[in-house]
Design a protein around this ligand. Structure first.
Ligand code: SAM
Ligand code: SF4
Length: 324
């Protein structure tokens, strides 16, 4: 088992499998996109599988595949099948923008993907086109329906709270959770990537709106989680809040991240990275890969300082390479 210096059990690995993306969300990328790394610098599927295998042998039980946009990488279904077969991995999830999911949801489910988070910040077509700089909302909505049909459940919808959010847009998502079996999670935008530091929207107002609904109450059960979920009578789904800025959840952090170029990171906001790719390509065996993973866990800090000093630590790498 991997336990850090503060007694936190680390059993969750996030793998960013590409820095490519078919959207250009304003808080994540500039309009022209980020400078892409040559394909040779992106971890191969074999390298990713090796990291996952070693991590699982050390006690990692949950793996999330992210990006960039994971669905744009060729060979994804076979990769997921290989990941799902690794002994010890009990939970395999993906974070995606949903484009292409309508077609891929069923094959991914068959391959062993358990569940999916779809990022969607508005269900109004003009606003979607503004936020993502692409007019592709219908494909995302079809992807969500495909995921529900394929039972990639619970299907979670990640909604980043953006400056300019219209009052009715929160209710759009509440209606979605009322009618469909999805967990809508409102997420405070973090001051990294292309996110300007002004215009931060706290989740507090949304919490008040949720609690104004008859019978709404915090959901019980589960491990302490980043998301505070609410059960609302009459809703087919759930609603949750993730507040990395106003309510940091470092004390429950169980995560390690591998970026698409093979940097191992023990905190989204940390500056420290360990170069797993170089280690592996220089012939390092599984023992040294394991040692680097242990080192990353041992050097996890107690918490980030997003809400302490109010200063904004800049991530050394873009979100689309780190994977959120
Ligand atoms: N392309 C996929 C997607 O959008 O779901 C996966 C990669 S994306 C970097 C992962 C998550 O990070 C998305 O849910 C996205 O909304 C979120 N994200 C990106 N920049 C963010 C920021 N500044 N604050 C909060 N969330 C952010
Ligand atoms: Fe692409 Fe996801 Fe970044 Fe949006 S948040 S630009 S979908 S990587």
């Amino acid at each position: 088992m991997l336990t850090d210096a503060f007694g936190r059990k680390v059993d969750y690995l996030r793998l960013s499998i590409t820095d490519r993306c078919n959207l250009r969300c304003v808080y994540c990328m500039p309009p022209e996109g980020i400078p892409l790394k040559p394909a040779s610098e992106i971890l191969s599927y074999d390298e990713l599988l090796r990291i996952a295998r070693v991590a699982a042998s050390l006690g990692v039980r949950k793996v999330r595949v992210t990006g960039g946009e994971p669905l744009v990488r060729g060979g994804l279904v076979d990769f997921i099948r290989d990941l799902a077969r690794i002994p010890g991995i009990e939970d395999l999830a993906m974070t995606t923008n949903g484009i292409g999911l309508a077609e891929l949801a069923a094959p991914l489910k068959t391959a062993g993907l358990r569940r999916v988070n779809v990022s969607l910040d508005t269900i109004r077509r003009d606003r979607f086109a503004e936020i993502t700089r692409c007019d592709r909302l219908p494909e995302v909505l079809a992807g969500i329906e495909g995921a529900i049909r394929a039972e990639l459940s619970p299907v979670k919808i990640n909604v980043v709270l953006l400056h300019g959010l219209l009052p009715g847009e929160v209710d759009d998502f509440l209606s979605m959770a009322r009618e469909r079996q999805v967990t809508v999670r409102f997420i405070e935008r973090m001051p990294i990537g292309c996110a300007p530091s002004e215009g931060y929207v706290s989740a507090d107002g949304i919490r008040d709106r949720i609690l104004s609904l008859p019978g709404a109450r915090p959901a019980v059960g589960g491990r302490p989680a980043a998301s505070l979920d609410y059960d609302i009578p009459g809703f087919a789904g759930r609603v949750g809040l993730i507040s990395p800025v106003s309510r940091k959840f470092c004390s429950d952090c169980n995560r390690l991240r591998v970026t698409s170029v093979g940097h191992l990171r023990n905190c989204l906001f940390g500056r420290e990275t360990l170069d797993l790719r170089r280690l592996m390509r220089n012939g390092g065996d599984d023992e040294v890969v394991a040692a680097m993973i242990r080192q990353a866990v041992a050097s996890k800090t107690e918490g980030h300082d997003l809400c302490g000093s109010g200063s904004v630590p800049s991530a050394a790498e873009p979100m689309s390479r780190v994977g959120g």
